[in-house]
Write a protein that binds this ligand. Structure first.
Ligand code: ZN
Length: 81
């Protein structure tokens, strides 16, 4: 298992993911954009991981997480309008 600490809703969270899901994210390494989807083993929640600039200049080693069920809710809300 691998521990990730992305930013989620403006806060740093700690999620535990399988090594299989963690591999592509580590391979993408320091870059912006979509890196992969992971499941937090402890909560069962799915997240989409994006690269993010950290506090160092020209460094993008940090990550942002978006919860996947939030994305589907947003889609459904758009369709109703
Ligand atoms: Zn960095």
């Amino acid at each position: 298992m691998t521990i990730f600490t992305p930013i989620f809703n403006g806060k740093r969270i700690t999620i535990t993911v399988s090594d299989e899901e963690a591999r592509p994210i580590r391979e993408y390494g320091r870059r912006l954009g979509f890196k992969g989807e992971v499941t937090d083993i402890k909560s069962g929640k799915r997240f989409r991981i994006y690269g993010k600039a950290c506090s160092l200049p020209n460094c993008v080693c940090d990550a942002t997480a978006l919860q996947l069920c939030d994305l589907s809710i947003a889609k459904r809300a758009k369709q109703k309008v």
